[in-house]
Write a protein that binds this ligand. Sequence first.
Ligand code: MF3
Ligand code: CO
Length: 294
Amino acid sequence: MYDGMDSPDRNDKCWCGSGKKYKKCHLAIDEKLDLLFREGKEVFPRSLLKTSADIEGIKASAEVNIGVLDHVAERIGAGVSTEQVDQWIYDYTVAHGGIPADLGYEGFPKSVCTSINDVVCHGIPSPDDILRDGDIVNVDCSTIKDGYFSDSSRMFCIGQVDPEVKRLVEVTHDAVKAGVAAVKPWIHLGDVSAAVNKVVTDAGFSVVVEFGGHGIGLEFHEDPFVSFVAKAGTGPVLAPGVCFTIEPMVNMGNAAIDMSDPNGWTVRTKDGKPSAQWEVQVVVTEDGCEVLSW
Ligand code: MF3
Ligand code: CO
C-alpha cells in the first residue's frame, strides 16, 4: 500500500481488528486511498484512521469530557473564579476515571484553559480571575481515559453580554456547525476550513491564523493541523476514520494576536477586542461525520 504497510488477502481478517473479512471491511477504502495517492493527492496514512475499537475508546473518553463541560455549564456564573472552574474540572474528571489532558501538557499548570474576553486561547485558571457580568469565557477541556483523548470547548456568556459580543459568540458557534455539516469522506480538509471561514468573514469577524484544530485520538495532538484560513480544494483528502477537531478562534476586530505574555501561554487579541472559540471533535464516517465530543 501507499503508506508502506502490508494489506491482508481479500478473505483474511481486516487490519483494523473489526473481525470482518478485509474485502467486507477496509478493502474498498484502501483501494480508493491508493488510487488518490497515485494521482498525487495528499492522503492519510492508515495509522491515522481510527478503528471501531479506537472510536469506542474515544467515545468513552468523550463521555467524561462532555459530562465535565455540562457540569461547568450548570455552575458557572458571575462571581465564580476560573480557579474554581479548574477545580470542578479536575474533581469531576478524576471521579469519572479520566485524567485532564491539559494538566502538565508541555508544562501547562492547570486542568483546563479558561479564556476570558480578549484572551484568544490558553488562559490559565487563577483565583484572581473572577467572572463578571458581561464577560464571555471559553472553557476548553480535554480528557484522557484508558489512553484515548477527547477535546472540546464551549463559550459561556456571563449575565448581560453586549449584543455585538453575543453575536461574536453565536457566529463562532454557527461557523463550527457549518464545518461539521461540510465533513464527509473524499473531500479536502481545506473544504471544511473554507466552510468555517465563510461564516466568520460573512459576519464581518476574523479568523486567527496561527492556531487551529488537530488530529486527535491516540494522542492529544496528531496530524493534521486544521487551519481555518486554508482554501477549499487544499490539504489532505478525508477518509472514513479520520478524527480531528474543529475549533476556530474568531476575533471581533482583526486577526492579529499577542503572544508576549510572560507566563508563556496566554494569547490575547492585539487590539484588545473580544475573541470567541467553540470546539468539537469529529470522526469521518462513510457518508458524513459523527460528533464525538462537544
Ligand atoms: N485544548 C487545547 C486544544 O484545543 C489545547 C490546550 S493545551 C494546554 O487543542 F496545554 F494549553 F492545555
Ligand atoms: Co483541540
